[in-house]
Design a protein around this ligand. Sequence first.
Ligand code: AMP
Length: 242
Amino acid sequence: GFHGASHKFIAERSAELLGRDDVAERARNLYVNAGASPVDGPDLRIVSCHMGGSSSITGIRNGVAIDTSMGMSPQSGLPQNNRVGDLDSHALPFVMRKTGLTADEAQEIMCKQSGLQGVSGVSNDLRDIAEAAEQGNERAQLALDLFVHQARHWIGAFHFDLNGIDALVFTAGIGENRSPLRADICANLENLGIKIDVEKNNNTRAEEAVISTDDSPVKVMIIPTNEELVVGREVKRFLDNR
Ligand code: AMP
């Protein structure tokens, strides 16, 4: 999907951090050998949450993405900073008929004035939205709640598809930095094996860390993404293969 380079990095790095070099190597070599060699050990199941200006969530088995929250375009899935995210398909013609918007105007609004910005009416930056919510702005709080709800929806979908997960990884501007949001996303999931360590979560920003409790069956991790490395490697591969 749209965040492929980021999720690819997370697939590789999370496997390394979990001591599964066989899976990391498979993830690293995936573009070269699409039918990558099978892994030796048990399945390694990861959910990668890329949450930033754009956000997407991907389920990964043994270094290979099984599905992602974005669809044909990066409009779908989670609400984006100013793009709409998932929307009931009948909502669009309903609103167009009610308001007289043309298709071009509606698309422009969905691309530039929707998502977190549209719902909050405050800003497209989560820092401003969180500040407004703290001061009692209900629409700002609604935008935060919507984001958390959608994140849990997609994490839940991949948890099910993967028959449980070994690690839940947060990355990108929001995922790496916004501890209250990580806590809300992981709240009340003990029965799914996800237990956040409140102190570790509060004290970690933009660095590699495990923020789950020591006895949490699912490791919850922060891994700063490195899309530049993935793109750089692919350029080298392309040039080497010419
Ligand atoms: P990215 O697209 O990964 O560069 O992420 C950019 C987004 O991350 C910004 O729009 C902010 O909403 C969010 N962000 C960056 N730093 C923070 C922070 N300290 N707290 C909350 N959100 C942040």
